[in-house]
Design a binder for this molecule. Structure first.
Ligand code: AMP
Ligand code: MG
Length: 691
């Protein structure tokens, strides 16, 4: 039985107590129940952590909940070690052994002395190494220089876990050896305290109500976002990801046999675990109470703060990654150029040449692009060299073939020539390991060139955001259908589908829905099942036929955002079965403006691409306009002869003005009298698209 209600994830520490102010290398722990992830807890030392764990597990059990507790240190050692130390390959005998010998307090512990004692039994040069204390310990090498290990260097699990440290290393960044020595006694006490309800994975069958499981956050968690401490983020994410796994998947991942060494949870399932997307909270659109018109900037700041990426990640070949959003930063696999080379076709030699004539005997070889630079060019000689060829040993300067004469097996040229002329230095463009693109970047064709040039073959990207678009209203028919006199053609759906696609998202056409609550509910259900986000237009106000707002209100997640914007009616925001819903105004002009101003940046965040700040510029107005204070106005606009024209009518039903325009003019919230020639902010359509 592998159903767990509560996941407690702990990032352990092998050292002395951390400072009172939370920081990375003390202990962090996090609890998740279902979709609810509690704020991570900072624990200064192991004694505090042990007490917290005891209380937390006891409280969960008292509430009848089954608990999986994950710890980020190895539960077993490489094969042979346990038997050599205790006489038994049984891991719990080793746990008992450590518990009996480890002394621990917030300010001191004996882990290095104990490791030295173990090493001395095996000749005093291993298996442990590394010492972070000032005192030398007999038999414990500080470095790997004089190190000899009678046991395997890694467990079978670590052979599979790229980047995992061997647990013999007790000190240095990333080492995990101290954490195991200082952690196993704590686990052993928890085992006894909660017996017979505890099972330790993968040594015992998981049929108890509390499971202790070895986890390794780096397997499933990327870099921490701004404002999070790495360990704090890791426990939060591991708890969230494990709690979100369907029971059957979790069971499959836990089906492992490693009776002596133990195992790392999730090995072989990295991509799936990394791809587990977070759910949005149902109240993420809640607004503070009070009826007022929210200024545009406040509404945008609110949206930005409450949304986070919802798309899972996947690995994709660089060649097919154009337009995809990076989920993790990309670094150069190799320098560019990898070797010093020539920028021109010509002749290479060593050093610059002063003014005047020079004659250099030519070696017989030719240095061509792609060949290994193996011909040594003796001092005072030159070599024929072709564009892109690596500079052979003895060459650091190249002269253009057009500037020389070759006769009698020698090169004749006239100086001066600067040393290094016409060459490119290794790494002058990109150094190995340099960050080429940050997470959140939507890859351009040029990015594919850069990544490929530096040897990057695969990237981790977000799956495309799936956006469902539907129109509401009894009056609507599709173009091409016959329309009764009271009916109008659905303009919003084709427009919004195209706009969303242009923003780089995947679109799903959910069709038209009449003003009928049951029909709308059914369509929203379908949209939430198939898409990550839903855009509706129409029916978003507070009238009798405004069923979008009514349904979202019923679902309990509705917020009617009364934003001080023209054109625009209230924006209905809510969560329908886990999918955020943007209830856009029905009026096509308002629908497009609200899509560009609010939905575009929000969709970008949901897609993992980060917030979009519209890019505009100030240009002189070719119009006059008075506006009142209290709301922001967007006018359909275009630029002619360096001046901004606006559409003759501000009527929000005039779709022709949208098509006439090349962008929008944004007028600030305050009162304003624009005179011809005054600077106004013009944002072309492309300025709303990010990138
Ligand atoms: P509503 O928000 O549903 O009250 O609609 C406001 C205005 O926009 C009404 O005049 C609707 O007929 C019009 N409208 C709503 N949806 C669309 C659509 N998809 N295409 C064109 N006009 C629409
Ligand atoms: Mg309507």
């Amino acid at each position: 039985m592998t159903r767990f209600d509560t996941f407690v994830i702990v990032d352990w520490s092998g050292g002395n107590q951390g400072p009172a102010k939370p920081r990375a290398d003390a202990i962090w722990a996090c609890v998740a129940r279902g979709a609810e992830v509690l704020p991570p807890v900072y624990l200064r030392h192991r004694q505090a952590a042990e007490a917290w764990l005891t209380d937390t597990i006891a409280a969960e059990r008292a509430a009848g909940r089954r608990v999986l507790a994950g710890f980020d240190f190895p539960f077993g050692y490489p094969a042979g070690f346990a038997a050599a130390v205790t006489g038994s390959a049984e891991p719990f005998e080793l746990w008992d052994w450590f518990e009996a010998r480890v002394d621990d307090s917030p300010t001191a512990n004996n882990r290095f002395a104990l490791a030295g004692e173990i090493n001395r039994r095996f000749g005093g040069q291993g298996p442990f190494w590394g010492n972070a204390s000032r005192t030398d310990v007999e038999g414990l090498p500080r470095t790997k220089a004089a190190y000899q290990n009678p046991f395997p260097e890694r467990r079978a699990a670590e052979d599979q876990a790229r980047g995992a440290f061997p647990l013999w290393q007790l000190a240095g960044a990333g080492a995990v050896g101290s954490q195991a020595i200082m952690g196993l006694p704590v686990l052993n006490r928890l085992r006894r305290r909660f017996a017979p309800e505890v099972a330790v994975w993968p040594f015992e069958p998981l049929d108890a109500a509390v499971a202790l499981v070895e986890v390794w956050p780096s397997l499933m968690v990327g870099a921490a976002p701004e404002g999070w401490i790495k360990d704090q983020w890791q426990v939060h994410e591991v708890a969230r990801i494990m709690a979100a796994l369907p029971e059957a998947r979790l069971a499959e991942m836990l089906a492992v046999s490693a009776p002596e060494e133990g195992w790392i949870f999730g090995l072989g399932f990295e991509a799936e675990l990394r791809g587990t997307a977070p759910a949005l909270r149902n109240d993420c659109f809640a607004l503070p109470p009070g009826v007022h018109w929210t200024p545009v900037d406040e509404a945008l700041a609110d949206l930005r703060a409450r949304l986070s990426p919802v798309t899972a990640t996947e690995v994709c070949g660089v060649a097919s990654a154009s337009g995809r959003v990076l989920a993790t930063p990309v670094t150069a696999a190799r320098a560019h150029p990898p070797l010093p080379n020539t920028a021109v076709d010509g002749y290479g030699f060593a050093g610059g040449k002063p003014a005047g004539p020079h004659t250099l005997p030519l070696v017989s070889a030719v240095a061509a692009a792609g060949a290994a630079p193996d011909t040594v060019v003796p001092e005072g000689h030159a070599i024929r060299i072709l564009t892109g060829a690596a500079l052979p040993p003895g060459v650091d300067t190249v002269v253009l073939q057009e500037d020389v004469r070759v006769a009698d097996g020698a090169l004749h040229l006239t100086g001066p020539i600067k040393p290094g002329a016409n060459t490119r230095a290794a790494g002058e463009d990109v150094t190995e390991g340099q960050t080429l693109a940050e997470a959140g970047r939507r890859l351009t064709p040029a990015d594919l060139g850069l990544l490929s040039a530096t040897g990057v073959a695969d990237v981790t990207v977000r799956r495309p955001l799936r956006v469902a678009v539907l129109s509401t209203g009894d009056e609507l028919v599709d173009a091409g259908q016959s329309a009764a006199s009271g009916q109008i053609y659905d303009a919003n759906r084709p427009m919004l589908l195209a706009q969303v696609a242009a923003l780089g998202h995947h679109t799903l056409d959910m069709g038209r829905v009449p003003d009928n609550r049951a029909a709308l509910r059914a369509t929203l259900d379908r949209a939430a099942a198939e898409a990550d986000v839903i855009l509706t237009s129409g029916g978003a106000s507070a009238g009798d036929e405004d069923h979008v707002s009514a349904l979202l209100k019923d679902s309990g997640s509705m917020a009617l955002w009364r934003v001080a914007i023209k054109p625009g009616r209230p924006l209905a925001l809510g969560i329908w079965q886990g999918a955020p819903v943007f209830g856009l105004p029905g009026n096509p002009v308002a629908a497009l403006v609200c899509t560009l101003v609010f939905a575009a940046p929000a969709l970008s965040v949901l897609a993992g691409g980060g917030w979009i700040t519209p890019q505009g510029h100030d240009l002189p107005a070719a119009f006059e306009k008075r506006k009142k204070a209290g709301r922001r106005e967007f006018l359909r606009a275009r630029v002619r002869d360096g001046r901004v024209e606006v559409f003759a009518s501000e009527g929000s039903g005039r779709i022709s003005g949208l098509s006439w325009a090349d962008g929008l003019v944004e007028l600030p919230d305050g009162a304003l009298h624009v005179q011809p020639g005054d600077p106004v902010r013009y944002i072309p359509w492309s300025g709303f698209m990010g990138g």
